[in-house]
Design a protein around this ligand. Structure first.
Ligand code: C5P
Length: 233
C-alpha cells in the first residue's frame, strides 16, 4: 500500500439529515477530520453542493452512491462526478459497471470503489436474488474481477478485509465500515472490528459514522479513533 497519512485513513460518515447538520458536524470536528463520506440521504438533500464546498476547503470526500446501470449511463455519470473534485465513489461490483466506471473516470484521480456483495445479504438473500453461488465465493469472484478491471478499491467488512487483501494485492484500497472503537455501542452492525484491528487486517481506510456523529464531542471521538489506529501502524 502506498503511504497514506493516518488522518486520511479515517473517513467520517456524514449520516445526518441535512446539509446544515453536516456542516455543523464538520465544523465541530475541525482540523481533526480530513475525509468525509456522503451517502444517499445527504446527497439527495443538497449534499453534492456540500461535497464541492468541502473539496474547496481541502477536505477529501467519498460519495457513497453505489451506482449500477447500463455501461453508457454509468460511464457518463461517473465522468460528470469527476467535475465535483471528490476523491472516492462507489459502484456495484458487476463487471460491466466496473469497466464503465473506470472508463468514465478517465485520467482524473477519482478512486472507484467496488461493493462486492452488500453486507446486509446472507445466503438466503443471495438465493432469493437468483445467485446459486455462496456469498463468500461471490465476494471473492467480484474482488478478483475488480482487480482485473483496474478498480481502485473494494468496500468490505473489516472481517473480510484480510481475505480481500490476499486477492487484490497491496496497491488496492480496502475501505471498511462496521468499525467500533473499543467499548462503544455496536448499534445495528453485526460484525464489528476495532479501528486497530481493521488496520491490522489490511484496511487502507476505515469508515466510522455513529461513534463520531452521535458523540458529545465529535472532535475528541475522531482523535481517540486516530489514536487507536496509530497503535496498529
Ligand atoms: O454509523 P456506522 O459507523 O455504523 O456507519 C457506517 C457507515 O458505513 C454507514 O454510512 C453505512 O451506510 C456504511 N456501510 C456499512 N456497511 C456496508 C457498507 C456501508 O455500514 N457494508
Amino acid at each position: 500500500m502506498t503511504h497514506i497519512p493516518l488522518d486520511e485513513r479515517l473517513i467520517v460518515a456524514l449520516d445526518v439529515a441535512s446539509v446544515e447538520e453536516a456542516r455543523a458536524l464538520v465544523d465541530r470536528v475541525g482540523e481533526a477530520g480530513r475525509f468525509y463520506k456522503i451517502g444517499y440521504r445527504l446527497a439527495f438533500s443538497g449534499g453534492l453542493g456540500l461535497a464541492r464546498a468541502l473539496v474547496e476547503e481541502g477536505k477529501k470526500v467519498f460519495l457513497d452512491l453505489k451506482l449500477h446501470d447500463i455501461g453508457n449511463t454509468v460511464e457518463e455519470g461517473v465522468a460528470a462526478i469527476t467535475g465535483l473534485g471528490v476523491h472516492m465513489l462507489t459502484v456495484h461490483a458487476y463487471p460491466q459497471t466496473m469497466r464503465a466506471a473506470v472508463k468514465g473516470k478517465g485520467a482524473s484521480d477519482l478512486a472507484i470503489l467496488a461493493v462486492t456483495v452488500l453486507t446486509s445479504y446472507d445466503e438466503a438473500d443471495a438465493r432469493e436474488a437468483g445467485y446459486a453461488e455462496d456469498v463468500a465465493s461471490l465476494v471473492a469472484r467480484r474482488a478478483a474481477q475488480a482487480r482485473e478491471i483496474g478498480i481502485d478499491g473494494i468496500v468490505a467488512s473489516a472481517a473480510e478485509a484480510a481475505r480481500i487483501r490476499a486477492i487484490v494485492g497491496p496497491a488496492t484500497h480496502i475501505v471498511t465500515p462496521g468499525i467500533r472503537p473499543a467499548g462503544s455501542d455496536a448499534g445495528d452492525q453485526k460484525r464489528i472490528l476495532t479501528p486497530a484491528d481493521a488496520i491490522r487486517a489490511g484496511a487502507s481506510h476505515i469508515v466510522v459514522g455513529r461513534p463520531i456523529t452521535r458523540a458529545d464531542d465529535p472532535r475528541a471521538a475522531v482523535e481517540a479513533i486516530l489514536a487507536e489506529m496509530a497503535q496498529a501502524v
